[in-house]
Write a protein that binds this ligand. Structure first.
Ligand code: PGA
Length: 254
């Protein structure tokens, strides 16, 4: 049984003070649902304040990126070693990082290895853009991204990775993949690729989220799908009420 995981991706939003105000309001709304793993992925500068506000509270804290090296001459970067103690999760290879910051499959793979080496849970993003979707190459594209992301990662390590399938055309657009399509890509394509690499038992243990305009209206339908184990949530995670409603609906659906 895979525990559902809902992660809010705040992107470049919320100052440290706003972040603390937000999580304080969130605590009473989501802690009644321990059957859902709830995570907030805050900007780096808000992590210390958020981590302090959530000390001893069962809400996970995540970063939105990291470098693969422990330290060194990488101006402006943050290493997984620096995140330890502040965050338990790191979003890796989000499509906005691939698109605007030229992240490659190779870099994503190095970052996953680095986060795992430091005991952090990587939330690895994959997904096709509109052109690829319309060209009918979603399946080979997504399975290729999964293979590249997991290259050289052992079966034991792979069990602790979370994959987020996020069709790029659905991110921030208000368009979502239908729950059937989302389930097919999460299941047949992402879990299918993982099964080819690691075997069915390991693939069944790995959690796969859907992301892309997930909100309180569609989360119930998405979470009812057998291969969707959670969601990576952008816009709707910025509002306590919407995000908390998604956690509650997920708890009620599973
Ligand atoms: P969205 O973003 O929910 O605003 O579409 C999802 C994401 O980018 O992770």
């Amino acid at each position: 049984m895979r525990k559902p995981i809902l992660a809010g991706n705040w992107k470049m939003n919320k100052t440290p003070a706003e972040a603390v105000e937000f999580v304080r309001a969130l605590i009473p709304l989501v802690t009644p649902y321990p059957q859902v793993e709830t995570v907030v992925c805050a900007p780096f500068v808000a992590l210390p304040a958020v981590a302090a506000a959530l000390k001893d509270v069962p809400i996970g804290v995540g970063a939105q990126n990291c470098h693969w090296a422990d330290n060194g001459a990488y101006t402006g970067e943050v290493s997984p070693a620096m995140l330890k103690g502040l965050a338990g999760y790191v979003i890796i290879g989000h499509s906005e990082r691939r698109q605007y910051f030229a992240e490659t499959d190779e870099g994503v793979n190095k970052k996953i290895k680095a986060t795992l080496a430091h005991g952090l849970v990587p939330i690895v993003c994959v997904g096709e853009d509109l052109t690829q979707n319309e060209a009918g190459i979603t399946e080979p594209w997504v399975s290729g991204q999964v293979r590249a992301a997991f290259a050289g990662i052992s079966a034991d390590q792979a069990r602790g990775v979370v994959v987020a399938y996020e069709p790029i055309w659905a991110i921030g657009t208000g368009k979502t993949a239908t729950s059937e399509v989302a389930n097919r890509i999460c299941g047949a394509v992402v879990r299918g690729a993982l099964a080819e690499i690691y075997g069915e038992e390991v693939a069944q243990a790995i959690r796969i989220q859907y992301g892309g305009s997930a909100n309180e209206k569609n989360i119930g339908e998405l979470m009812a799908m057998p291969d969707i184990d959670g969601a990576l949530i952008g816009g709707a995670s910025l509002k306590t009420d919407a995000f908390a409603a998604m956690v509650r609906i997920t708890a009620e659906t599973n």
